[in-house]
Design a protein around this ligand. Structure first.
Ligand code: SF4
Ligand code: SF4
Length: 326
């Protein structure tokens, strides 16, 4: 019997999404028995030419993690799109731009300046930065272009499904694999995780006050965190009210607030705007017992790192997409 062909590929990625596949443990053996892997650069030695030799649509599904920063990543994503019936954006970086997407607050030149010339541990008296073409005695060597802007996968190629999370949790990965193998996938474009917010599944929501009263916003290391109280009630920004559930409350259980890696629920285009509006409504803006808009604004002004707090995983997919800081 012919087994469906499957590809895994990483673009601008930390490798955590690859680790998440390994974390399937015994289930990974079931997956590898059911499919024929044709590309997985982190694990197997297939080459680009092996994929190029496949027919159009011959791969049943390609799981692509990481955002798109380099010319080579764009080329392979386009190649896999041509060769695949389905493409799944795997993890926050492919889904929304992720942590590498925070690079969109700078340009290629300012990033190179900082990384290759200014960082205290760098010794580079000649100020050499990576070049796309370099001549050496035996000819020319090339590097892929480093793009000015980080893109999500669906800003590069059409994407069929999204597996959210940083990285996606094993049960969501297995659910997706089983749905693909059984042909029981939802409508194209779906995010393969529950369409409800994290507060709906968070154990700390049960005891939470209807209207939250806080005087100051703190960072997690600045106070002794309660292991059971809602983070917002402790003055810690938690993106649970604006973030999709399905992560198994991994951060909450480790006594850290939600940072938003699962992205927003359906219909929300900008997770930051949604988070601000949801948190402001929990603070009771405009209501008799709540805070005034000015008080909430002042409270939010006290957030030390608004970009890292609200755009940690989603800047390229947000309404802002990018900003230039220089
Ligand atoms: S989604 Fe998270 S784990 Fe996956 S590549 Fe991006 S940063 Fe790494
Ligand atoms: S805001 Fe955070 S800690 Fe509070 S209930 Fe929602 S997810 Fe849980």
């Amino acid at each position: 019997m012919t087994r469906p062909k499957v590809a895994f590929y990483w673009c601008a990625s930390c490798g955590g999404c690859e680790e998440a596949v390994i974390d399937l443990g015994g289930d990974l053996l079931k997956v590898t028995e059911a499919v024929d892997i044709v590309l997985w650069p982190a694990v197997l030695d297939f080459k680009r030419k092996n994929v190029e030799a496949l027919g159009e649509g011959e791969i049943a599904v390609s799981f692509i993690n990481g955002s798109v920063r380099l010319e080579e990543q764009e080329e392979i994503a386009k190649l896999l799109r041509r060769k695949s019936q389905l493409v799944v954006a795997f993890g926050s970086c492919a889904h929304m731009g992720g942590i590498p997407g925070l690079g969109n607050f700078w340009t290629r030149d300012t990033i190179f300046q900082r990384v290759y010339k200014e960082v205290p541990t760098v010794e580079n008296p000649e100020g050499i930065t990576p070049q796309e073409t370099t001549s050496i005695d035996t000819g020319k060597i090339t590097l892929p272009e480093f793009y000015d802007t980080v893109k999500t996968l669906d800003q590069t190629i059409p994407v069929d499904y999204y597996l959210p999370g940083c990285p996606p949790p094993p049960d969501l990965i297995m659910n997706a694999v089983n749905a693909i193998l059984k042909g029981e996938l939802p409508e194209k474009g779906a995010v393969l995780a529950p369409n409800k917010i994290l507060c709906d599944t968070c154990p700390r929501a049960e005891e939470r006050q209807e209207k939250i009263s806080i005087k100051e916003i703190k960072r997690p290391h600045e106070i002794k965190l309660s292991p059971w109280k809602c983070f917002l009630e402790q003055g810690i920004i938690c993106l649970g009210p604006a973030t999709r559930s399905g992560c198994g409350e991994r951060c909450i259980k480790a006594n850290m607030p939600c940072m938003g890696c699962m992205g927003p629920i359906d219909g929300v285009t900008d997770q930051r705007a949604e988070a601000l509006s949801q948190i402001a409504s929990l603070l009771g803006v405009g209501e008799e017992v709540g805070m005034t808009e000015e008080e909430v604004e002042k409270l939010f002004d006290g957030i030390v790192d608004p970009v890292g707090t609200f755009y940690r995983f989603s800047l390229p997919a947000s309404l802002l997409t990018r900003e230039r800081m220089e």
